[in-house]
Design a protein around this ligand. Structure first.
Ligand code: BGC
Length: 768
């Protein structure tokens, strides 16, 4: 980089003098600083130092980065750095921070960022699982712990929550978000932002959150990761943007731009998204980081001619910080010198980054106190919370003749079968495995812990499962998670036969199947949702033994379980349940916890139905029309399990749905109430869900839309009246007819129940 605006004064020199004076006076000093004023700091900065603040440097060796802009130590020493990512070793964090604080001219601390998605050491259930809890308070608590652990280890910025609406289970990253619904997605967004950031700016046990990937990433063509998204504006506003808006309203400190083309303009260079929506419509004041290498990728997309053009297009679209590509470091200075980007624009981008560092308390507390880390990471309450979170996230999909819960007293032997039964890291999902996870309780271990010595517990792995093409993340060096080794056909056959034989000599078989962690997540899309690697065949063979079978699914997306849904008496969806997954699952299997998770996605029968979502419009010939229907002729169009579905060991009845008014003026707020009764014999939770439908209007409206939910706990025989508000926030939509938000004077349906297939109905009319 050239030095057009270098200054000759050296603050380092004056600091040394100050330190010398303090030493002579016997006053203790620290190279950590007091809280500066962001604008003052900005005034002292050279252009290079400013551009360095707009840059996030890769914390693990990337030869191309080094070739283009130099070693990160040197960059930090010379100019400082806005942020460094992918470092999770506290020692390394302190080492780099010392370079920034002690050796760079202005001593501006580095903001260390990492993907702390659902835990740092204590790993909580993956985001899709947490969304299945429909319990924002719990989700907030888990992210509070994640923040505390990460901050103790020196991470002050997490790249979470991921807020991408996902309606296509082929897309591997469905696991990282809250599923298909904008309302549930918005609730989870708020909860996570609050959990990560808290409400006290600068609290030393919180981190900055990052709403990602802005926006439309989940609509990738064909469910292929990174592929183009084509999303009309009305769908952007009504479906894809609401979780991001909720995060912005909750004060999320940063946004991350997405990778893919959105309507032909890459999201990381998309001024409509980054400026018109984020800054103009939402008045967002935080800063935006690109996804990794995404500034440089503008060239690959065929959008930017070269690095210079990429820097210009990304920056002028509204992208403040370049993650790991070095493009800003290399080219932004030239853009300013040649007058294509003004110094004022640079200052406007740098200021929120400085302010964020100041607010976080980084100037006063730049370093990790390594002695404190073990105590924070090993807090017993965190493990308890992880166990509760696992219990509360699992979804009971099927339970014929009360096959579950199992009773310890009536069973003498259990076989736990499957390639995920004794897997540790796989229970954490890819991101959970990539931070600094503590020990994981596997499902096998959880069951052993639960039954003690009175029941014989056997384990049979069954054939190994692998991706057909290996995951990039197995090889990047940051990750210890591995594919299961290749087997010869004979080895796989033996593992299969051993499992069936073990089932034959046991009272009950618990099969733990699904996807190893590397089978879902980034760059982990798949065309089929089948239980792969011989799992389906093994499941069928074990069911054929006639022994009672429970299927526990460990996976990041709905799988094709059409056969199991007819032949396996009990199916429990556990997703990636985290560090305490095995204990949480065993609690549910043996009835010490009553499952109450509900699906945050519509569960397809096969991948041929995708994309699939409950809040679609009606066609001119709906599924149930007598002829010419829009359904497939070889399979139903409806899901196997509807959005919002989940069973319990008890039952609930819903009645007395009342609206405060059946006619009200546009702008009014109605109250909807319903009586929920636990009509079964166990204490349990249900998720009360409210859906609406606008019957006509300036645009076709979805058949149903979730507009309220509450998870309630009821003792057997007790009743609770649950209230929901139906006001402008719930009744408005963005109409393509006027290209604005409207509440229209129309007739509305209301349903309340335990899923999107709820039948308890009422209606009201809005008048002008
Ligand atoms: C992912 C982001 C992640 C970033 C940093 C990218 O590959 O798309 O979700 O935050 O890497 O690790």
């Amino acid at each position: 980089m050239s030095h057009p605006f270098s200054r000759s004064t050296s603050p380092l020199c004056s600091r040394f003098i100050a330190i010398l004076v303090l030493t002579l006076l016997g006053i203790p000093f620290s190279l950590a600083q007091s809280r500066p004023d962001a604008k003052d700091l900005l005034r002292q900065m050279t252009l290079e130092e400013k551009i360095a603040q707009l840059s996030q440097l890769p914390g693990f060796p990337m030869p191309e980065f080094v070739r283009q802009v130099g070693k990160i130590d040197d960059v930090i020493r010379k100019y400082g750095a806005g942020s460094v990512l992918w470092v999770s070793e506290p020692k390394q964090i302190n080492r780099l921070q010392h370079i920034a604080v002690d050796e760079s001219r202005l001593h501006i601390p580095i903001l260390f960022g990492l993907d702390v998605i659902h835990g740092y050491h204590t790993i909580f259930p993956a985001p899709i699982a947490m969304a299945s809890s429909w319990d924002p308070k719990m989700v907030e608590s888990t992210q509070t712990v994640a923040a505390r652990e990460a901050r103790a280890a020196g991470i002050a910025w997490t790249f979470a929550p991921m807020l991408d609406i996902a309606r296509d289970a082929r897309w591997g990253r469905m696991v990282e978000g809250a599923g298909e619904d904008p309302y549930l997605g918005a609730a989870m967004a708020r909860a996570q932002v609050l959990g990560f950031q808290g409400t006290q700016p600068g609290a030393l046990d919180r981190v900055l959150a990052c709403a990602k990937h802005f926006a439309g990433y989940g609509a990738a063509d064909g469910g292929r990761d990174y592929d183009s998204s084509y999303i009309p504006e009305e769908q952007m506003w009504n479906t894809y943007l609401p979780p991001f808006k909720a995060a912005a309203d909750a004060g999320v400190a940063t946004f991350m731009s997405a990778y893919m083309d959105l309507n032909d303009i890459p999201a990381s260079g998309n001024r409509w998204l980054l400026h018109d929506v984020l800054r103009d419509a939402w008045s967002y004041k935080g800063f935006v980081v690109s996804d990794a290498m995404a500034v440089h990728s503008l060239i690959t997309h065929g959008y930017a001619r070269d690095g210079e053009d990429a820097a210009f297009k990304a920056f002028s679209a509204g992208l403040d910080m370049d993650m790991a590509s070095g493009t800003y470091l290399k080219y932004l200075g030239t853009e300013v010198q040649q007058g294509r980007i003004s110094l004022q624009q640079i200052d406007d981008a740098v200021l929120p980054i400085l302010e964020a560092k100041i607010r976080l308390g980084l100037f006063e507390h730049p370093y990790v106190d390594e002695t404190r880390i073990p105590q924070v990471l090993n807090a017993p309450q965190s493990l308890e919370l992880a166990r509760t979170a696992a219990q509360r996230s699992v979804v009971l999909l099927r339970n014929q003749q009360n096959a579950l819960p199992l009773s310890k007293n009536q069973i003498r032997s259990i076989v736990v079968i499957g390639p995920l039964a004794d897997a540790e890291l796989d229970l954490l999902d890819m991101w959970g495995a990539m931070t600094k996870p503590g020990p994981t309780v596997t499902v096998l271990q959880g069951i052993k812990n639960k039954v003690g010595s009175s029941v014989r517990v056997e384990f049979a792995h069954g054939p190994n499962i692998r991706r057909d093409i290996p995951s990039f993340f197995e090889n990047v060096g940051m990750v210890t998670i591995k594919e299961q080794p290749k087997q010869t056909p004979e080895e796989a056959r033996k593992a299969f036969d051993d499992a069936v034989a073990a089932a034959k000599r046991s009272d009950v078989a618990v099969l733990v199947m699904g996807e190893i962690a590397l089978m879902s997540g980034e760059a982990a899309s798949r065309s089929s949702l089948k239980l792969s690697g011989g799992q389906e065949e093994l499941l069928e063979a074990v069911v054929a033994t006639g022994k009672p079978v429970v299927l526990v699914l460990i996976n990041g997306r709905p799988l094709d379980i059409s056969w199991a849904a007819e032949h396996v008496p009990a199916i429990l969806e556990a997703w990636y349940p985290g560090s305490q997954g095995g204990n949480g699952i065993a609690d549910v299997l043996f009835g010490d916890a009553n499952p109450a998770g509900h699906l945050p996605v519509s569960w397809p029968r096969s991948s041929g139905q995708l994309p699939l979502y409950y809040n679609h419009n009606l066609t001119q010939r709906p599924e149930d029309a007598p002829d010419f229907t829009s359904r497939y002729w070889d399979i139903l169009s409806t899901p196997l399990y509807p959005f919002g579905f989940g069973l319990s060991y008890t039952t609930f009845t819903f009645d007395n749905l009342k609206l405060s008014q059946t006619e009200a003026k546009v702008g009014a707020t109605l109250d909807a109430s319903v009586d929920v009764t636990n009509s079964g014999s166990r204490l349990g939770d249900t998720v009360v869900q409210l859906y609406i439908h606008q019957r006509a209007g300036s645009a076709s409206r979805p058949v149903r839309q979730l507009k309220g939910f509450q998870r309630v706990n009821l003792a057997p025989g007790t009743k609770q009246t649950v209230h929901f508000k139906l006001g402008p926030d719930e009744l408005q939509f963005w109409t393509p007819a006027k290209r604005q938000w409207v509440v229209e004077p129309e007739q509305f349906d209301v349903w309340v129940g335990e899923s999107s297939a709820a039948t308890l109905h009422s209606e009201f009319r809005l008048t002008p």
